[in-house]
Design a protein around this ligand. Structure first.
Ligand code: 13P
Ligand code: SF4
Length: 409
């Protein structure tokens, strides 16, 4: 949940669930950016930003960003994830899903600076894949991901040791981490014969993994793991959930027999934005529009993905909407900034969010234009602020895991 204000011209309608107007979100209207000082969530964001940026309105911030970009020219490339707000995405030289952004970062050696408008794990991947002479900058250093935070490296290492004790070896277990994870876990996968996946290539990556081992240890998103395993005809009872909140030595709450039978061991992580979508919402959409098509992100729960007409990464969703015929009605189960952008870009189609009160990804939303203006103007002054610098020893192994993924075209 964020403190976003809706972008409608009229005052927001009172919402029975969220009495504070500023917390209300409406998919069709987009979200209006307010000056940093007025943004009630600013208190929990990166506060070390010069005070002169706190009161600037969107118009002034946009002018400053544009002007800094003109002066910096080819020295800087701005990458933007589909979930970024309009006031940010308008400046993106390249926009995409997490896979495409990783590719862009690996293919832009001419730019000295990569300003990554997305979240921390994406900027880390860009730093790992870009050349040594490039600096990756995350405008708001607090822009993390709650799902990535559900897999702390020590918990994963402990689980791995428990699996090793149980099976006598981990030779037959391939660790696969979703892109939405810390660099240390990507390094862990690189070091242990594993790989990274994104929502756009998870099936291909799991096929690769099953060519090399009997079992996959998949973290942190249980839903992407389960949805992908199901697509590959792996029975649900051969995908077992590892509860990382269990005390060490408890095999993540599973019995040895369950683990022996398993083909995929799923980390009990999830995305708080996508876990909100429900089959009830899909049923309501179908009742309202009998011809509706429903497209969702594979971070949604299994039953939601099963009830939808299609599922895929953020870029897949954008293409699904673009490819639909004029007049199509499409309900979308993903983050609201992307849904409202798609609705605006395709006025000949009816595009709406499945959840009428879903708010933006609160961490993606932390990239307010004041931060972008600040990091860009700092570059003009010769200062690199908010640099993402993955430790060299992690980089080596994480790069192996990422490059294994990039090689699977
Ligand atoms: P994509 O890889 O589909 O862009 O998804 C990233 C993400 O964080 C979705 O919540
Ligand atoms: Fe993380 Fe979910 Fe936000 Fe994606 S939408 S960045 S998984 S919290």
């Amino acid at each position: 949940m964020t403190s976003a204000r809706t972008g409608s011209q009229t005052a927001p309608k009172p919402n029975p669930y969220y009495p504070i107007g500023q917390l209300q979100c409406e998919t069709d209207t987009g979200i209006e950016t307010v000056p940093l000082r007025e943004e009630v969530a600013f208190g929990s964001w990166q506060s070390a930003i010069p005070e002169r940026y706190w009161d600037m309105d969107t118009g002034e911030l946009s002018r400053r960003i544009r002007s800094a970009r003109e002066t910096l020219g080819e020295d800087v490339v701005i990458l933007g994830h589909h979930y970024q707000r309009e006031d940010i995405i308008q400046f993106a030289d390249d926009r995409g899903d997490s896979f495409a952004l990783a590719q862009f970062a690996a293919e832009r050696p001419e730019s000295k600076y990569i300003v990554f408008c997305g979240v921390h794990f994406m900027a880390e991947a860009a730093d790992i894949l870009s050349a040594d002479h490039q600096a990756v900058i995350l405008p708001n250093i607090e822009a993390g991901c709650s799902m990535a935070d559900m897999a702390a490296a020590p918990d994963v290492y402990t689980a791995w040791r428990e699996l090793e004790d149980l099976f006598g070896s981990t030779e037959d277990i391939i660790p696969v981490t979703y892109m939405n994870s810390a660099a240390s876990l990507k390094a862990f996968c690189g070091e242990h014969g594993g790989v990274v996946c994104t929502s756009s290539n998870a099936t291909k990556v799991l096929e690769w993994a099953f060519e090399r081992g009997k079992r996959v240890f998949f973290f942190p998103d249980q839903h992407l793991g389960r949805n992908t395993g199901h697509k590959m005809d792996i029975p649900l009872d051969e995908m077992v959930l590892w509860d990382w909140r269990q005390p060490a030595g408890n095999l993540g709450g599973r019995t040895p027999e369950e683990l022996e039978r398993s083909r995929i061991i799923l980390w009990q992580g999830h995305c708080s934005v996508h876990q909100r979508f429900s089959v009830t919402q899909i049923e309501a959409a179908r009742e309202r529009y009998p011809d509706v098509k429903v497209v969702v992100h594979p971070e949604c729960r299994f039953d939601v993905v099963q009830a939808a007409d299609a599922n895929g990464s953020t870029s897949y969703i954008a293409k699904y909407v673009a490819d639909a015929p004029a007049g199509a009605v499409i309900a979308v189960g993903t983050e609201i900034n992307l849904v409202s952008r798609l609705a605006k870009e395709h006025p000949d189609k009816t595009i709406f969010g499945l959840d009428p009160v879903v708010c933006p990804c609160s961490t993606m939303y932390r990239v307010h234009p004041a931060y972008l203006a600040w990091v860009m103007e700092s570059l003009l002054d010769g200062q690199v602020v908010n640099r993402i610098d993955v430790p060299a020893e992690q980089k080596v192994h994480a790069k192996v895991a990422l490059e294994r993924m990039l090689a699977l075209r």
